[in-house]
Design a protein around this ligand. Structure first.
Ligand SMILES: NC(=O)c1ccc[n+]([C@@H]2O[C@H](COP(=O)([O-])OP(=O)(O)OC[C@H]3O[C@@H](n4cnc5c(N)ncnc54)[C@H](OP(=O)(O)O)[C@@H]3O)[C@@H](O)[C@H]2O)c1
Length: 317
């Protein structure tokens, strides 16, 4: 079957490590696994980290990339894939598709049957394929971890990314006051259209916020600390611009801040998110939809850093 996979690692030029070609059809490590025919998938920064050799070892290559997908199960039902899979031997006890088990950038992918959730009415396959990683992460950051309450405000750093655009769209739909930073004037304009007050990185906010959504890391973390209200929650799920920021601990204890790490979400949180989007008419911010035959262009687009929202792959094209 056709697939896009990591054939090698390249820390400097991850696109050089991407291969597109034939791979064997999936096998089932356990009896309760099923094979799904993929209809749509979406890219995450995780796919670029994998090509750089972060989170994978050479003995795991070749590895089909891709965490997110919507596809058809063996009974012909349209399903959304929950990408976190029990993984004995992994220190986390779980892994994300494309780490230990082959990923979704293929004609077929295998997952435990319990990882399949019905595609809600009204959500297209290409929209729903954006939700299982970036949007699920943003949902958990705002709700379970950030505990964003009525009347509270949210700051989202690095407004163009998949998690960041999700956090803005969801926080606006939840009725919060939302601020978002971006280095790029065009992205600030677009994030404002989603309902956020757009700011340059490091700018003083009109108020201190209760929840900060951090995926940028070293480049923005000090601003996140300075922008946080007393008792605020700074929720971290990524560090695209460096994972070793300087942290002013005086501010952490004096303002009684909580710095919370998080990864992905639970199947119940994905079900909640799907229902929330279907019910409230919230749709993912899609940078572009690319046919599978041009998946290398989708990777180049994500790598360029110019994206606004999710890069989606249509496997039927
Ligand atoms: N833990 C999890 O479960 C999970 C799930 C999803 C993603 N992640 C992680 O979260 C991070 C975000 O991923 P993503 O795919 O949403 O987006 P992304 O492509 O990594 O981009 C995030 C944003 O970071 C900002 N940025 C990048 N370099 C920067 C720099 N040097 N200085 C300031 N800002 C910079 C950019 O904002 P502007 O251009 O707008 O300034 C960009 O839009 C990644 O590290 C990813 O691995 C983790």
């Amino acid at each position: 079957m056709r697939a896009a996979y990591a054939s090698a690692f390249d820390a400097d030029n991850p696109l050089a490590a991407l291969a597109v070609g034939d791979r064997p059809e999936p096998t089932h490590p356990q009896d309760d696994w099923v094979t799904v025919r993929v209809r749509a998938s979406s890219l995450n920064h995780h796919d670029l980290w994998s090509l750089r050799g972060v989170g994978l070892t050479a003995d795991q290559l070749p590895m089909i990339l891709g965490c997110d997908a919507v596809g058809t199960d063996p009974d012909g039902n349209e399903m959304v894939l929950y990408p976190v899979v029990p993984t004995p031997g992994d220190p986390r006890g779980v892994s994300i598709l494309s780490e230990h088990y082959q990923g979704t950038f293929a004609e077929l992918v295998a997952v435990p049957r319990t990882n399949l959730l019905p595609l809600p009415d009204g959500l297209s396959a290409t929209d729903a394929a954006c939700l299982p990683t970036a949007w699920l992460t943003a949902w958990r950051m705002l709700t379970t971890k950030g505990r964003v309450a009525d009347g509270e405000s949210v700051l989202v750093q690095g407004a163009g990314g998949g998690v960041a655009t999700a956090a803005v769209a969801l926080a606006v739909a939840l009725g919060k006051r939302v601020y978002a930073t971006s280095r790029d004037a065009a992205k600030r304009e677009r994030i404002a259209e989603l309902g956020a007050t757009a700011l340059e990185p490091g700018a003083r906010l009109p108020e201190r916020v209760d929840v900060v959504i951090e995926t940028v890391g070293a480049a923005t973390f000090d601003h996140s600390l300075k922008s946080a209200a007393p008792m605020a929650r700074i929720v971290v799920s990524g560090a695209t611009a460096g994972h070793e920021p300087t942290v002013n601990l005086r501010r952490v204890f004096a303002m009684q801040l909580e710095i919370l790490g998080t990864s992905m979400g639970t199947p119940d949180e994905l079900a909640e998110l799907l229902a929330f989007c279907a019910e409230h008419g919230v749709r993912p911010v899609v940078d572009r939809v690319v046919p599978f035959s041009r998946i290398d262009e989708a990777f180049a687009r994500l790598h360029s850093g110019d994206v606004f929202g999710k890069v989606v792959v249509d496997h039927t094209a």
